[in-house]
Write a protein that binds this ligand. Structure first.
Ligand SMILES: [Zn+2]
Length: 81
């Protein structure tokens, strides 16, 4: 019934070893002066061969925005050494 769309999944290749990347979630930590941020699950591609992690541009951007907003709010809490 109807046309079937052929699922052409774009396979990502690892830049380091050309291994196959798998879409998964990984913990993400941000170490900054004054605080550490731990995000339990961030969507990422992980190389099945060497374990290199790649994050989607939009995820990275979202995290960066979060850090920026967080630092704005922490300004009054964290005391500059
Ligand atoms: Zn790799």
């Amino acid at each position: 019934m109807g046309a079937q769309l052929k699922g052409e999944e774009e396979k990502m290749k690892c830049l380091l070893c050309s291994g196959e990347m798998e879409k998964t979630t990984v913990p993400y930590t941000v170490d900054r002066k004054g605080y550490h941020l731990f995000i339990e699950k961030v969507p990422a591609y992980v190389c099945s061969q060497c374990g290199e992690k790649y994050f989607d541009e939009k995820e990275v951007e979202a995290i960066q925005n979060m850090i920026k907003a967080l630092e704005e709010k922490l300004k009054n809490v964290l005391v500059a050494a």
